[in-house]
Design a protein around this ligand. Structure first.
Ligand code: XMP
Length: 323
C-alpha cells in the first residue's frame, strides 16, 4: 500500500544502491520539489551529497534563510551557498524587457551553478557522478518520459568542468504528484514553510518589478510582499489561494497625500489567484477587510509606495505574473 514511509524506504534503498560510495550534487531552488528530493537523497547517502544554493538576490524575504538555516537544521545536509547578488544585479542593469530578464537570469544561474559544481568536483574525494533533480510525475509525462543522463554543455561551462561531463540523474520524485511530494517532505521533517510553499517563479522578484531591476526596488518589493504574505497567512487564506504575486510598477508614479503633504510614489499590485494547474486561473475573491489591512500596512510601512491596487483579471486573458 502507498504510504509515505514506504516511498521513503524504497527510494532510500534504491539511491544507496545506485550511488554506492560515489558522490552526488543537488541544486536547491528554495522550492518544494528540490528540497524534498535533496532531503531524500541526504537520508540515503548523507555526506556523499552536497547541495548548492545560488542566492541571486531575487528571493522573497526570509526564503534564503529558510534554506540556509531551517533546511540545513532539519536535514543536516552539506550546503554550499553562493552569494551572487551583485553579479545578477549587474547583469540585469538597464534591462526592462521581461523575456530579456528571464534569459539573463537563466544564463547567470547556470554559470554560477556550474562554477560551484566545478569547485565541489575539484575537492578531494570520490567522483561526483550524480545530479539530483526534483522531477515530478507530471513533468515526466509532459516531456515524453525520457531521462537518464544530464549533459553539461561545454558552452555553459565556465568553471573548468571536463568537456561534456555526464551526470547520471537521481530523480526520487519521478512517480509522485505534488501533494504526495509535500507529504513525503513532511514525513522527512522539513519545515512547514518549505513544504507548503506556493509556486514561485524561478526568476523570482526579477519579473515582479515592471521596469528595471535595482537593489532599492527589490528591497521595497520584498517589504511589500512580506506584508501581503503575512496578512494572508494570518487570515488563514494560504490554502485558498494558488499564489499571490505582489508586483511593483516601478515606472509608474501617482499622486498621493500622506501625513503633511503630497507624495508622488509607486503603486503595488496584488494579484491573488485561484487555480488548479496555473494554465487557467481566476482572481481570488479575498475578504475586503484582509485587502484593507494589506493596503494600509503597505502604504504605511513601505517608503515610496502610496497606492495599492487589486488585479481582477482572470487567466486568460491575463497571465498570473505581470511579466
Ligand atoms: P503565468 O504568468 O504564465 O504563470 O500565468 C504560470 C505559472 O508559472 C509561473 N511562472 C514561472 N515559473 N519561471 C518559472 O519557474 C518563469 O519564468 C515563470 N513565469 C511564470 C508563475 O508563477 C505561475 O505559477
Amino acid at each position: 500500500s502507498w504510504t509515505t514511509g514506504n516511498v521513503i524506504e524504497e527510494q532510500v534503498a534504491a539511491i544507496r544502491e545506485q550511488v554506492g560510495d560515489r558522490r552526488a550534487i543537488c541544486g536547491l531552488s528554495g522550492g518544494v520539489d528540490s528540497a524534498v528530493a535533496a532531503a531524500l537523497v541526504q537520508k540515503a547517502i548523507g555526506s556523499q551529497l552536497t547541495c548548492v544554493y545560488v542566492d541571486h538576490g531575487l528571493m522573497r524575504k526570509g526564503e534564503t534563510e529558510q534554506v540556509e538555516k531551517d533546511f540545513v537544521a532539519a536535514t543536516g545536509v552539506q550546503l554550499k551557498v553562493v552569494d551572487a547578488q551583485e553579479r545578477f544585479l549587474k547583469a540585469l542593469a538597464g534591462v526592462s524587457d521581461p523575456e530579456e530578464k528571464r534569459k539573463i537570469i537563466g544564463r547567470e544561474f547556470i554559470r554560477v551553478f556550474e562554477q560551484a559544481q566545478a569547485e565541489i568536483i575539484a575537492d578531494e574525494g570520490p567522483a561526483v557522478e550524480f545530479l539530483v533533480q526534483g522531477t515530478l510525475y507530471p513533468d515526466v509525462v509532459e516531456s515524453g518520459g525520457g531521462t537518464g543522463t544530464a549533459n553539461i554543455k561545454s558552452h555553459h561551462n565556465v568553471g573548468g568542468l571536463p568537456e561534456d561531463l555526464e551526470f547520471q540523474l537521481i530523480e526520487p520524485l519521478r512517480k509522485l504528484f505534488k501533494d504526495e511530494v509535500r507529504m513525503v517532505g513532511q514525513e522527512l521533517g522539513l519545515p512547514e514553510e518549505i513544504v507548503q510553499r506556493q509556486p514561485f517563479p524561478g526568476p523570482g522578484l526579477g519579473i515582479r518589478i515592471v521596469g528595471e531591476v535595482t537593489k532599492e526596488r527589490l528591497d521595497l518589493l520584498r517589504e511589500a510582499d512580506a506584508i501581503a504574505r503575512e496578512e494572508l497567512t494570518a487570515a488563514g487564506l494560504d490554502r485558498d489561494i494558488w499564489q499571490c504575486p505582489v508586483v511593483l510598477l516601478a515606472d509608474v508614479r501617482s499622486v498621493g497625500v500622506q501625513g503633511d503633504g503630497r507624495t508622488y510614489g509607486h503603486p503595488i499590485v496584488l494579484r491573488p489567484v485561484s487555480s488548479e494547474d496555473a494554465m487557467t486561473a481566476d482572481w481570488s475573491r479575498l475578504p475586503y477587510d484582509v485587502l484593507a489591512k494589506i493596503s494600509t500596512r503597505i502604504t504605511n510601512e513601505v517608503a515610496d509606495v502610496n497606492r495599492v491596487v487589486l488585479d481582477v483579471t482572470s487567466k486568460p486573458p491575463g497571465t498570473i505574473e505581470w511579466e
